[in-house]
Design a protein around this ligand. Structure first.
Ligand code: UDP
Length: 415
């Protein structure tokens, strides 16, 4: 079954020039010429929800504008399959998970179905995350270049799950990880490429105060007291309960409010359960606002981030954490867990504050709430850090260099 999505970008490549400079755009055009006539086929497991879908939605149309024929397909899977892959996801992040023989068998069964249903037409098959990793079985027959893009923090994976997935990964031509600490012992080439945000998307573009106020009013929020905001899928690894605990500690001495906003992803079956836990935990506290935001609520999320006094991302594990770059791009002070790809974005005390515990998070929040000038400076530094490193233009450049490098012998090219 062919699931190719058709995407229209609202932004034109030249619109990025005032943000990143003309030479950056010229460089992208030059690189794209070397990929003319090749099809880059992205394959993942969902069109909506989570960071991978967020990136592809903007990346694919921009590659198309550059003349690179990039396309995007998703695999299909039952709820049970996504329950298994969610367990894989958690286990790769290092969490203890009970994964049975039947789980592995179901993974293989759904992979087999997708091998029959997906149409493989790309010159470069760019496969994202564990769900579709088994599609590599088709390489023996059709050849082409295959890249596995891992968006997960696999620095300390559950050995059993990693061994299983590694059996597929070793057949790829290359693997891409988001941080140097995630690199693995693999006989194939590995690239370190950080994800990115699109500064011109509805999620990140400038908003006028009227739009922000309207969104706040729509959610029944007022900005009469400092607002701490965490935007995340309702997932235990985002530690929403830890955020509430830290907030309650701060609230004892500083009057403020907390907004936990997020939705669910079609490939994340746990979120309803976590949302229930969070709602129960917050019950009775009128300064805690739990918002269930539907997919495509980009302007709403943008407005909530812009309305925030402080943004939190108190993750316990995190591949990268796009929400952090989103917050920093809006020059917001951020308090975030010192895990996974987060420290690439938050240089402690320079572009934000890192925390290791609930108490640490509460301490950081108090520091920022009682010193607005310090908070402002961290936000400003953060914005420049994102401009230099985590905008979609850098990401396009890295991907195109990687695609080009796939044609070169691995002992010559080192990115
Ligand atoms: N996001 C969203 N709606 C939600 C929760 C998150 O659009 O309800 C967005 C968020 O703004 C970010 C992405 O989804 O762009 C989440 O990426 P991140 O890397 O932070 O986490 P992931 O969900 O991939 O673990």
């Amino acid at each position: 079954m062919q699931n190719e999505v058709s995407l229209q970008s609202k932004s034109r490549l030249q619109d990025y020039e005032p943000i990143v400079g003309r030479s950056c755009i010229e460089e992208l055009r030059m690189l794209s010429e070397q990929l003319a006539g090749r099809i880059v086929q992205n394959i993942n497991s969902t069109f909506v929800g989570g960071g991978v879908a967020e990136i592809l939605e903007h990346m694919v149309p921009l590659l198309n504008q550059l003349g690179v024929d990039a396309r995007w397909d998703v695999i299909r899977g039952s709820d049970e399959f996504f329950e298994v892959t969610k367990k894989f996801h958690n286990a790769l992040h290092g969490n203890a998970e009970k994964i049975s023989k039947q789980d592995f068998a179901l993974f293989s069964e759904v992979t087999q179905q997708n091998l029959e249903e997906v149409r493989f037409y790309g010159d470069i098959l760019f496969v994202h995350d564990p769900q579709p990793v088994g599609l590599i079985a088709r390489k023996k027959e059709i050849g082409r270049k295959w890249v596995w893009r891992c968006h997960i923090d696999v620095s300390n994976p559950d050995r059993k799950v990693w061994k299983f997935l590694r059996g597929f990964v070793v057949d790829y031509d290359a693997a891409v990880f988001s941080a140097p600490s995630f690199a693995q012992q693999l006989p194939i080439r590995q690239f370190m490429i950080t994800p990115s945000i699109d500064p011109l998307s509805d999620k990140n573009r400038e908003l006028d105060s009227g739009t922000i106020d309207a969104v706040l009013a729509g959610y029944g929020l007022t900005s009469d007291k400092p607002m701490i905001v965490q935007i995340s899928r309702f997932d235990r690894l985002k530690d929403p309960l830890g955020v509430i605990e830290a907030f309650e500690m701060v609230k004892k001495s500083i009057d403020c409010q907390l907004v936990l906003a997020g939705g669910t992803a079609t490939d994340d079956p746990e979120s309803e359960e976590v949302l229930d836990e969070v709602r129960k935990r917050a019950e009775g506290n009128h300064d805690i606002h739990i918002l269930l935001v539907p997919p495509e609520s980009n302007v709403e999320i943008n407005a909530l981030q812009r309305a925030a006094t402080i943004i939190m991302q108190k993750s316990l594990k995190e591949g990268f954490g796009l929400t952090i770059s989103e917050a920093l791009w809006k020059a917001k002070p951020v308090v975030a867990g010192a895990v996974g790809g987060i420290p690439l974005q938050i240089r402690n005390k320079l572009t934000g504050l890192l925390c290791h515990t609930v108490e640490g998070a509460a301490y950081a929040l108090r520091q920022l709430l009682s010193n607005p000038e310090y908070a402002r400076q961290l936000g400003q530094n953060g914005k420049e850090h994102v401009r230099q490193n985590f905008l979609i233009t850098s990401h396009l450049k890295d991907y195109m260099l990687m695609f080009i490098a796939l044609d070169q012998p691995s002992d010559i090219i080192h990115l």
